[in-house]
Design a protein around this ligand. Structure first.
Ligand SMILES: Nc1ccn([C@@H]2O[C@H](COP(=O)(O)OP(=O)(O)OP(=O)(O)O)[C@@H](O)[C@H]2O)c(=O)n1
Ligand SMILES: O=P(O)(O)OC[C@@H](O)[C@@H](O)[C@@H](O)CO
Length: 451
């Protein structure tokens, strides 16, 4: 069993852990009581997770096993690890990967600074991979940092959208019932074909559910079930809850899960997952300008237009002044979209200050950060050629910062003394900004768009 690298501090993460601990670096030793509102009971208990990640993703139809397929240039499995790492009371996360993918997995852990991860060898079937993960937790192996948990979560590595709430529900239910699993309403009716390929019978859809993940078990229950398990079940089974019932007479408690619990199986699921992630990191925009005192500042005008055009997005503004103290907090609070207004200073001075702050933060490790460098030009006052020549630098800047997962776009807004014309340009600018943030298109970085 391979342990992950010594825990370097995890990057800041979107959203707080329900326990009220934020973002990076809360230690795994936080006792479950620290989870606000938890029903995990009075006694600290160890909760660990096993993530089967040893499949080849045949149904995805691409050479790369789907758990390593990129979403926004980051492997799918890293999103699942991040989701579990946000949960302070999960002490250990054991990931089962094939021998040939062990090094890839270690590099993912290193690059995205995942913590509390231990690696075990996958089996030739999902059940065998899970069994290997449980063995790693069951045996106090010499030099192993793993110890046997009271409750173990089993969650497919290709289900990236799992929230602390449903994990808490299945763990709490497993503590009481011995086993628990998330379920969802069936979308299609289940039928049974006869030998001659005709309908034998169909199940009443309303009386049946789809078994999803996460699932949770008293460790001793599921470990015993796997130890008693027949080779046939290990080879062809797909349902851990059934093993607990069949081999330990344990009836799992079924917990209604959210629609986001689905498993990435086909290519369409990857596109869907990418859309959901893009939507989640586009919920906040910070307009950065060189001053906040002057509320007639064109940056504030742009902020107001953004607010009116994008009513579902939180739009804030910050001055780059006072050493960027407030801005630093915005960065730490996981805003992934910045509109940097360059007016009074020379071109790009504000943008370059912002880029330096972003590069010094951990923000860009997990998600690509969008920076729209906004410039204004009053064509009546300034010959465009000089301005355009200066603005062409954006291509070089964009190439440099892309290495650090920052997507830099340029936006030139036609400035006019005529309020109505200015408003129209600002509205066009807001629409362009919204599109750049929503799409996060790498093909447009370093381009100068005109509103
Ligand atoms: N021998 C296996 C097979 C599957 N899995 C894992 O079990 C989870 C759910 O399985 P599934 O969606 O079937 O993944 P694949 O087997 O990779 O997909 P396919 O059936 O399309 O090949 C995945 O995280 C997969 O990596 C595993 O750990 N070991
Ligand atoms: O059969 P697959 O390996 O695709 O999926 C494994 C599990 O996710 C699936 O069986 C769920 O229904 C939970 O048991």
């Amino acid at each position: 069993m391979e342990a992950g690298p010594p825990g370097s501090s995890r990057p800041a993460e979107p959203g707080p852990c329900l326990s009220g601990q934020r973002g990076a670096d809360h230690t795994a030793s936080a006792s479950p009581q620290s989870v606000a509102g938890t029903e995990l009971g009075r006694h600290p208990q160890a909760v660990a997770a096993v993530l089967p990640a040893g499949g080849c993703g045949e149904r995805m139809g691409v050479p790369t096993p789907k758990q390593f397929c990129p979403i926004l240039e980051r492997p799918l499995i890293s999103y699942t690890l991040q989701a579990l790492e946000r949960v302070c009371w999960i002490k250990d996360i054991v990931v089962a990967v094939t021998g040939e993918n062990m090094e890839v997995m270690k590099s993912i852990i290193q690059k995205y600074q995942h913590k509390r991860i231990s690696l075990v060898k996958a089996g030739v079937t999902r059940h065998r991979s899970i069994f290997n993960g449980l063995k790693a937790l069951a045996e106090d192996q010499i030099n192993s940092k793993l110890s046997k948990p009271e409750v173990v979560i089993i969650h497919d590595a290709v289900r990236p959208f799992v929230e602390e709430g449903v994990l808490l529900k299945v763990v709490t239910a497993a503590k009481e019932h011995g086993a628990a699993g998330a379920i969802r309403p069936l979308v299609s009716t289940v039928i049974s074909p006869s030998a001659d390929g005709c309908l034998d019978y169909s199940l009443e859809r309303a009386r049946h559910r789809a078994s999803e993940m996460p699932q949770a078990f008293l460790f001793d229950v599921i470990y015993e079930a796997y130890q008693q398990c027949s080779d046939y079940d290990l080879e062809f089974g797909t349902e851990c809850l059934q093993l607990a019932l069949k081999y330990c007479c344990t009836k799992a408690k079924l917990v209604e899960g959210s629609p986001d619990l689905w498993k990435v199986t086909y290519k369409r699921d990857l596109y869907a997952a990418e859309s959901i992630i893009k939507e989640r990191i586009s919920q906040e925009i910070c307009v950065v300008m060189d001053t906040e005192e002057d509320n007639k500042h064109v940056g504030h005008l742009l902020e107001e237009v953004l607010k009116s055009e994008l009513n579902h997005v939180k739009v804030t503004s910050e001055a780059l002044g006072h050493a960027g103290r407030h801005l630093l907090q915005i960065i730490l609070d996981q805003c992934y979209n910045f509109v940097c207004v360059n007016v009074t200073t020379s071109d790009f001075q504000e943008t370059q200050k912002l880029l330096s702050m972003l590069e010094e933060s951990n923000l860009c490790i997990l998600y690509p950060v969008v920076v729209v460098s906004v410039h204004f030009l009053d064509f009546k006052l300034v010959p465009p050629s000089q301005k355009m020549e200066n603005l062409m630098q954006i291509r070089e800047f964009a190439k440099e910062v892309k290495e650090r997962n920052i997507l830099l776009y340029g936006l030139l807004i036609c400035y006019s003394q005529d309020d109505q014309k200015l408003q129209e340009s600002l509205r066009q600018g807001a629409i362009i900004i919204a599109s750049l943030i929503k799409e996060r298109n790498c093909g447009l970085i370093g381009q100068l768009l005109i509103a």
